[in-house]
Design a binder for this molecule. Structure first.
Ligand SMILES: [Zn+2]
Length: 226
């Protein structure tokens, strides 16, 4: 038993600290946060996070840094921010690791806004998300993958469901990926393609039915775009 513990503990720690995407933090029971609530961690702010805060400020993004927290169940959010104002309202955003927030803002400004203008001839005024941090396993995969902490459990993923234009048009992933007009389908494919250059893992309706109604973007393990 002692040998087993000695072997497995460094592996668990390595999984938490050094990434590995969907393979992080192996768990044997369903992923859920500790009901006693999160533990605030007393960690120094990393250079990467400091740089990222500076990048957000330079990009005139209003945000507040969030305390580092361990939620239990393998869910742990370090170096996260709450985006307050990025120029266009986005619903549903909670804790996001700063680099994810930075890439998300860049994707909105340099991909979603121009694509709406050029392909749909409209002004993007709202993005609807299904959220960021959530302590849960990976959905839509095997039973084994459901026991692994999703990148959402690290505040390292965001789910995007729909785009709203000033003229009232609402382009949802669920309705328009297959069922929209030619322009709407082209728009969704353009922002999906651009996301693949800005995030590590990008999943959409072509990946599996769990993603029929949203795009999943994360900065986890291995590059994957579908
Ligand atoms: Zn997701």
């Amino acid at each position: 038993m002692r040998v087993l513990l000695a072997l497995s503990l460094p592996l668990l720690l390595a999984g938490c600290l050094f990434g590995g995407g969907d393979d992080r933090a192996p768990a044997r029971t369903p992923v859920r946060p500790d009901p006693r609530g999160p533990v605030t961690l007393d960690l120094p702010t990393s250079r990467e996070t400091q740089q990222c805060h500076a990048d957000l400020s330079r990009a005139q993004v209003r945000f507040s840094p969030l305390p580092d927290r361990d939620y239990g169940g393998g869910c742990r959010v370090v170096g996260a921010v709450q985006l307050i104002d990025v120029g266009i309202p986005v619903s549903g955003l909670k804790a996001m690791r700063c680099p994810l927030a930075r890439n998300f803002v860049a994707w909105m400004r340099h991909a979603a806004v121009p694509a709406a203008r050029e392909i749909l001839g409209g002004e993007l005024v709202r993005v609807e998300s299904y959220g960021t941090y959530a302590c849960r396993g990976i959905v839509g995969g095997s039973a084994a993958s459901s026991l692994k902490v999703s990148e959402h459990g690290f505040g390292n993923a965001v789910d995007v469901a729909a785009f709203v234009l000033r003229d009232g048009r609402r382009i949802s992933v669920l309705g328009a990926w297959r069922g929209g007009s030619a322009e709407e389908r082209e728009f969704l494919r353009a922002v999906h393609r651009s996301a693949c250059r800005r995030f590590t893992t990008v999943l959409g309706p072509d990946y599996n039915s769990a993603h029929a109604n949203h795009f999943h973007f994360d900065l986890g393990g291995k590059p994957f775009c579908r």
